[in-house]
Design a protein around this ligand. Structure first.
Ligand code: BV8
Ligand code: ZN
Length: 249
C-alpha cells in the first residue's frame, strides 16, 4: 500500500457492524428476518406495499441515527483525507457513517469542513435521502418520518406523488456517473482495499475484480471468507474496527 500510486477502497455493511448496524447477512438470519432485503428493497415491493417498505426504512433510519462511526470509519476518514486524489472510497452502504466520520474529523476548528473531493462515493444511495417516485425532486430528510398512514408518508412538494427512499433498489441501475467513475478508478488503481462485504451484490462486487485483472492487488478485510478471497493477494480475517487503524494509521 505504501508503494501504491492509487488505491480504491470498497466498503460494505461489515464496516458498520461494530457501530451496531446489523449487516444484511445477519438480517437474513436475525434482525430483519421478518423483512428480507431482497424482497423489500425492490421497486415492485414499493409499488405493492409502500407502507411496509417505508416502515422498514423508518426503522433502519432510526436505528442508524443512534449509531456512531467506529474506529474503522475514523481510520479511513483520516487516511483518505490525507491524500484524497489518490485514495478513493466507494461504499455500498447507505448508512452515512463514512460521511459522519469525515465531518467529525474535518469539523475540527482548524480543518474547515470536508472538501467534496474527499467525500466517499455512495454506490447505492443514502438512507436519509428522499426523492419523488415520478419527478426529479429530491432532498435530505433527517427528521423522523411518520409511516403510520399513506397520507403521513412523505410526498413530493412539486407534483404531489408519493416519495421514496433515495436508495438504489435491486433491479434498479446505479447512478451512471458514479458507476463510470468507479470503473475508471478501478482501472487505474494498483491496490483495492475491500472491507466488510460479502461480495455478492453486482455491479459493486466487480470493482475489485477489475483491479485484479489490471494487475492490481486486492486486500480483503473480513472475518469470513468470500467469493473474492481466492483473488485476494492478502486476506486479513479480523474485524475492520481493529484492522483498519493498525493498517492505515
Ligand atoms: C443492477 C440499497 C442492472 C438499498 C442495495 C436477478 C434478478 C435481478 C437482479 C439481479 C439478479 N441477479 C443479479 C442481479 C443484480 C443484483 C444483484 O447483484 N443481486 C444479488 C442479490 C445477486 N444487483 C442489482 O439489482 C443492482 N442493479 O444490477 O442494475 C439490472 C437492472 C435490472 C435487472 C437486473 C440488473 C442494484 C444493487 C443495489 C441494491 N441495493 N442497497 C438498501 O440498503 O435498502 S444492496 C445492499 O445489499 C447493500 O447496499 C449492499 O450492497 C448489499 C449487502 O452487501 P454487503 O454490504 O456485502 O453486506 P453483507 O451483509 O452481505 O456482508 C457483510 C460482510 O461483512 C460479510 O461478509 C461479513 O463477514 C462481514 N463482516 C461482518 N462483521 C465485520 C465484517 N467485516 C469486517 N469487520 C466486521 N466487524
Ligand atoms: Zn414529484
Amino acid at each position: 500500500m505504501r508503494s501504491a500510486d492509487r488505491i480504491l477502497v470498497l466498503t460494505g455493511a461489515g464496516i458498520s457492524a461494530e457501530s451496531g448496524v446489523p449487516t444484511f447477512r445477519e438480517a437474513l438470519e436475525g434482525y430483519w428476518s421478518r423483512y428480507r432485503p431482497e424482497d423489500l428493497a425492490t421497486p415492485s415491493a414499493f409499488r405493492r406495499d409502500p407502507h411496509k417498505v417505508w416502515t422498514w426504512y423508518h426503522e433502519r433510519r432510526e436505528m442508524v441515527r443512534d449509531c456512531a462511526p467506529n474506529a474503522a470509519h475514523r481510520a479511513l476518514a483520516r487516511w483518505t483525507s490525507a491524500d484524497p486524489e489518490r485514495r478513493v472510497l466507494f461504499t455500498q452502504n447507505v448508512d452515512g457513517l463514512h460521511d459522519r466520520a469525515l465531518d467529525e474529523l474535518n469539523e475540527a476548528p482548524h480543518r474547515g469542513g470536508t472538501p467534496e473531493a474527499a467525500r466517499p462515493r455512495t454506490l447505492h444511495g443514502d438512507l436519509f435521502g428522499v426523492r419523488c417516485s415520478t419527478c426529479a425532486w429530491k432532498t435530505r430528510h433527517l427528521e423522523p418520518l411518520d409511516p403510520s398512514t399513506l397520507e403521513t408518508l412523505p410526498h413530493c412538494p412539486d407534483c404531489g406523488a408519493l416519495a421514496r427512499p433515495a436508495v438504489v433498489w435491486f433491479g434498479e441501475n446505479l447512478d451512471p456517473g458514479i458507476l463510470d467513475s468507479a470503473f475508471v478508478e478501478a482501472e487505474r488503481a494498483s491496490v483495492c482495499l475491500v472491507v466488510g462485504t460479502s461480495a455478492l451484490v453486482q455491479p459493486a462486487a466487480l470493482l475489485p475484480r477489475v483491479v485484479a485483472r489490471g494487475g492490481g492487488a486486492v486486500i480483503e478485510v473480513n472475518p469470513d471468507p468470500t467469493p473474492l478471497s481466492a483473488q485476494s493477494a492478502v486476506c486479513l480475517p479480523a474485524p475492520a474496527g481493529s484492522v483498519l487503524p493498525a493498517l492505515l494509521d
